[in-house]
Design a protein around this ligand. Structure first.
Ligand code: ZN
Length: 180
């Protein structure tokens, strides 16, 4: 089922996710709905808060060919779509600066500095605890989605000047959220 995506201004986006204690049918359904919703919205990642939920779950699908050549081999071992349950970044290395967007901030994007490489511990859909190390766009997506699980949003990563340049759009989103 395609779920509506919550946009900036809604309080749920500021909530911290709660750890998933057990992978129940309800959690499996949430994952399946989140994947369907992400693909429908043509996004590369989605966190539970963005569909109005607080489970510590995010889904990611970065197309291999969207990745820079030098990152493809490093990321090849990571299954796609990547479903992260109770994820935690345990190591990060280097920096990258690239354009970043978010389904909760339609038509807003900005160059954001992130770690180039991250290692993430997570539970997969079968309940197995795993570790993955990603680079490039996939690494950026992992950092962005885990931020969501902590209530941290794209706008928090923007510089004051970047924020000023999208202030009008942010105001419109907040106004729309209040009316919903
Ligand atoms: Zn986002």
């Amino acid at each position: 089922m395609i779920l509506p995506i919550v946009t900036f201004g809604h309080d749920i986006l500021r909530q911290k996710a709660k750890p998933v204690a057990e992978i129940t049918n309800e959690v499996r359904q949430l994952i399946s709905d989140m994947l369907e919703s992400m693909y429908a919205a043509k996004g590369v990642g989605l966190a539970a808060e963005q569909v109005g939920r607080t489970e510590s779950v995010c889904v990611i699908d970065v197309p291999r060919d969207a990745e820079k050549e030098e990152c493809r081999e490093d990321n090849a071992a990571i299954p796609m779509p990547l479903v992260l349950i109770n994820p935690e970044i345990t190591a990060s290395e280097g920096t990258q600066r690239n354009e970043e967007g978010c389904l909760s901030f339609p038509e807003i994007g900005a160059p954001i500095t992130r770690a180039d490489k991250v290692t993430v511990d997570y539970t997969d859909r079968e309940g197995v605890r795993r570790t993955a190390t990603a680079r490039g766009l996939l690494s950026r997506a992992i950092q962005h989605e885990i931020d969501h699980l902590h209530g941290v949003l794209l706008v928090d990563k923007m510089s004051p000047i970047q924020k000023m340049s999208v202030a009008g759009q942010l105001k419109r989103l907040q106004k729309k959220a209040r009316a919903e």
